[in-house]
Design a protein around this ligand. Structure first.
Ligand SMILES: [Zn+2]
Length: 375
């Protein structure tokens, strides 16, 4: 028998350099992991649900405490917990957080970028977290929906989020990756977002990401993005997510907007329309009579959209090497399976699964754009 209980605990305290430098005294917030014996101090206050895990004093306290006990002695910080000394592991959030992205995606390229998420369902939640991992500094989350149990099999949130607004749950998840991100939430539908929010956050460094999965919202979102000179990107799905489509619009290029390129979508009947959309309201859910696709299929298409979003955000950055943008035209179809038992006859347009089309070109529907008349 192997006795795993003899694995030695680390007896370690992670502490931000700022607290060390300023010779901090007072309560410390963060997380304690009893199994490993590690305290993770995140700061001097609770910003994302942390609780008090200890206290740092100017001198060794006389009474013992149930919490982590820190004290300064001859200019040195010492930690004790349950009579055991704890070693200190200093960290600098800015340096450590994105250190593994270095060389590919520099943090200072991404900090002034903004992702305007029009919808925080399964697509929006995944794109938002990927962009948080990429270091995007500002997020505006738009969604009026509440996390429900039936969302969990496709959403980035979990059981502890059920009952909260999707935007609030996502804000927590984003801050859990990057506590320095600026996350703005709005529990309204896209069409009801106050103009002040667009005025403040839309602009050249912003990408609008349409994840509401209905074409009307895409037409509206792209129109707003053009008004503010922002890029637009949307991801949508065909039935059972056997295929998905990705569309983008760059304001500085002569390219048709969503409406000019795809209209309201009647001509592209395969994508689920509003009445049969994947992300639906509670009342409409009863009427949805098709299997809306499982997470691995939705996520495959969504990840491609997220990669494209990173390319688009860096399109003016000469040091950045784009991965997809030079190859993917405005409209891309992504196939999950070409099996007709899942996709129906239309699935035959794909010759093999996991195909990313790159030869579809969308045109202005009449010759009068640009500039796009939709403004
Ligand atoms: Zn247009």
């Amino acid at each position: 028998m192997i006795d795993f209980s003899i694995v030695r605990k680390k007896y370690r305290v992670y502490i931000p350099s700022e607290m060390m430098n300023q010779k901090y005294t007072g309560p410390v917030y963060g997380f304690y992991h009893e199994a490993t014996g590690v305290f993770n101090i995140t700061g001097s206050m609770s910003t994302n649900g942390e609780s008090v895990i200890g206290e740092i004093s100017q001198a060794k306290p006389e009474n013992s405490s149930d919490l982590l006990c820190g004290y300064w002695e001859d200019g040195k910080l010492l930690f004790v917990y349950q009579d055991e000394p704890y070693e200190i592991a200093e960290y600098t959030l800015e340096k450590n957080l994105f250190s593994r992205n270095t060389g590919i995606l520099e943090t200072d390229w991404m900090m002034d970028k903004c992702a305007f998420m029009l919808g925080c369902g399964s697509v929006g939640s995944l794109v938002a977290l990927e962009l948080a991992r990429a270091g995007v500094g500002t997020f505006v989350l738009i969604d009026n929906d509440i996390v429900e149990y039936h969302n969990l099999c496709r959403h980035q949130c979990g059981i502890h989020d059920v009952g909260s607004f999707k935007v609030d749950a996502m804000k927590k998840r984003i801050l859990d990756i990057n506590p320095h991100a600026n996350v703005v939430t709005c529990t309204k539908i896209v069409e009801e977002v106050p103009k002040e929010i667009y005025d403040k956050y839309a602009g050249k460094n912003t990408i609008f990401i349409g994840c509401a999965d209905n074409r009307e919202a895409d037409v509206y979102g792209n129109r707003i993005s053009m008004m503010y000179g922002s890029a637009y990107l949307s991801a949508g799905f065909w039935e059972r997510a056997y295929a998905g489509e990705i569309f983008y619009h760059l304001p500085e290029k002569s390219m048709p907007c969503y409406k000019c390129a795809l209209g309201s979508g009647e001509s592209l009947s395969e994508r689920t329309a509003q009445s049969r959309r994947i992300y639906t309201t509670e009342e409409n859910l009863e009427n949805v009579n098709f299997a809306p696709g499982i997470a691995v299929d939705i996520d495959f298409v969504t990840i491609i959209a997220a990669k494209l979003a990173i390319d688009i955000l860096n399109r003016f950055n000469e040091q950045y090497i784009p991965k997809l943008l030079p190859s993917l035209k405005q409209f891309t179809l992504v196939c999950n399976t070409n099996d007709t038992r899942i996709g129906g006859e239309m699935a035959e347009i794909f010759s093999y699964p996991l195909q990313v089309t790159r030869n579809l070109k969308v045109e202005f529907q009449d010759g009068e754009c640009p500039p796009c008349k939709c403004l």
